[in-house]
Design a protein around this ligand. Structure first.
Ligand code: HEC
Length: 148
């Protein structure tokens, strides 16, 4: 019984270390964690735009805020010296850092603009999402490598 408890504690501690390591700045995991936040927020907007979820001004604002804030800090995960070990992040990011940062900032600014003129129904959310989505696609095309 006691041995089992110790084994469990060791296992939990081990997992803790792995999780902390995974979230370290400048790693693939830290980068995709931010992108998943953005992806989740875009998904929430999409559900409203498609009528799968009822229009909710607070939810729209929260999703746009997540996108605006997360996109702004995303380039911090691409500091010099973190070029290796991420098969999904193109080396072009570091070669064109100004352009990469500008694209992240553009997504953030577009989301902030939409917060200021909050989409007032599902159709408006769809239009807002279309504007945001243009940013996602053009950046992924240039800077995100396909890993499959
Ligand atoms: C400034 C460039 C840029 C913009 C803008 C951008 N992305 Fe990304 N995205 C990336 C890069 C680079 C990766 C790969 C990161 C890595 O693997 O290190 C990525 C990865 C992802 C992933 C994959 C996460 C995973 O689990 O592997 C999702 C989902 C994603 N982006 C969603 C979005 C959505 C939705 C938007 C727009 C609302 C968006 N991104 C806008 C650069 C961008």
């Amino acid at each position: 019984m006691r041995l089992k408890a110790i084994a469990a504690a060791v296992l939990v501690a081990g997992l803790g270390v792995t999780a902390a390591f995974a979230a370290e700045d400048g790693t693939h995991d830290a980068r995709i964690a931010l992108m998943k936040k953005i992806g989740g927020a875009a998904g929430a907007l999409s559900a409203i735009a498609k009528g799968e979820k009822p229009y909710d001004a607070d939810a729209v604002k929260a999703a746009l805020t997540t996108i605006a804030e997360t996109a702004k800090v995303f380039p911090d995960q691409f500091k010099p010296g973190t070029e290796t070990g991420d098969k999904e992040a193109s080396p072009k990011i570091w070669e064109n850092m100004d352009d990469f940062k500008a694209r992240a900032l553009k997504l953030s600014t577009d989301a902030s603009t939409e917060i200021a003129q909050l989409p007032s129904d599902a159709a408006a959310v769809g239009a807002a999402l279309k504007t945001l989505g243009g940013n996602c696609g053009s950046c992924h095309e240039r800077y995100r490598l396909k890993v499959d």
